[in-house]
Design a protein around this ligand. Structure first.
Ligand code: SAM
Length: 290
């Protein structure tokens, strides 16, 4: 099997890279996929890497691989892509990649993304930015609202029970750390193949970062940031995200704005899924501007 980030061969194939073209990795993360794109570019090619995580962008800028004259790294929200291109005097791109969701960098960070660790419950990609932290949601949101968030963004059927336990526990003392929250959930929602806190943590992260609203916004400016014939590739990890991508692409295709390149979502192979269980949830969809 080919080594490298999951579905990287498919990402490259759907981006249909022109070696002198201008490409955007809108969710650069650790830059594994950026590196794969960079390897396809010639001397005149260019790559813009953006990520909302400031800490991560500083690390990327220090990485030898990305100290390349063809690369620009920007700490930016992909929702602001049209304004960013304008302010940097950059043209419409030949291709853009979105790899939505949380990355390994955040999961290993000390910002409360992982229920395995004793970190403060922040969970914002742009830590230090405005907007509520996971701590605020857990410690101050009304029980009903908390249950709604856990149900909607975690697809957790035990959401009411979990919200009730959180509210009972926070009356005694604030729930400060990820592991503290995971223990509360473990006590009230046992069983299942994965850790009982998995879905609640997913829900809090998605809510705190307005992830689904952000995914939806992309489709309002896709035509503005890509050239005619330009390609967009979307990698999702949750069924909720994939549903949004699928629906929004269908709308654009029926308006004649894009041509759908994936009638069905592309999945990881059986072999990839055996090696990396995470691979089972990944879906790739792609489109070309008409
Ligand atoms: C799944 S990771 C990307 C992994 C990356 N493809 C790699 O090869 O390492 C998703 C990244 O998107 C970033 N992100 C989330 N929301 C964002 C937004 N609105 N704008 C820009 N980046 C965002 C996160 O900070 C995270 O680093």
């Amino acid at each position: 099997m080919k080594e490298g980030p999951l579905l990287s061969a498919e990402v490259i194939s759907f981006l249909n890279i022109n070696k002198d073209g201008f490409y955007i990795d809108a969710t650069a993360g650790m830059g594994y996929l950026s590196e794969v794109i960079l390897n396809e570019l010639g001397e005149k090619g260019n790559l813009l890497m953006t990520d909302l995580d400031k800490e991560l962008c500083s690390l990327l800028k220090k990485n030898e691989i990305f100290r390349d004259s063809r690369i620009t790294i920007e700490n930016a929200d992909y929702c602001d892509m049209p304004a960013l291109l304008k302010s940097k005097n950059l043209p419409a791109a030949d291709g853009i990649l979105f790899d939505f969701g949380v990355g390994t960098y955040q999961l290993n960070s000390e910002r409360g993304f992982s229920f395995m660790k004793d970190d403060f419950l922040d969970m914002r990609y742009n830590s230090g930015g405005a907007g509520p932290k996971a701590w605020d949601v857990v410690n101050s949101f009304p029980e009903k609202e908390l249950a709604g968030i856990i149900y909607e963004f975690g697809e957790e059927r035990r959401s009411r029970r979990i919200a009730k336990s959180i509210v009972e526990e926070r009356k005694k003392h604030p729930i400060d750390s990820a592991s503290q929250l995971a223990d509360i959930i473990k006590k009230c929602a046992r069983g299942g193949k994965t850790h009982p806190a998995t879905k609640t943590f997913q829900a809090l992260r998605i809510f705190v970062n307005s992830e689904m609203d952000n995914v939806r916004k992309v489709f309002s400016f896709l035509q503005e940031i890509l050239k005619p014939g330009g390609r967009a590739v979307f990698l999702t990890f949750h069924s909720i995200e994939d549903r949004i991508v699928k629906t929004e692409l269908k709308k654009l295709a029926s308006d004649g704005a894009i041509e759908l390149l994936t009638k069905k979502a592309v999945k990881a192979t059986h072999a990839q899924s055996r090696i990396q269980p995470r691979a089972r949830s990944i879906r790739l969809r792609a489109a070309q501007i008409t």
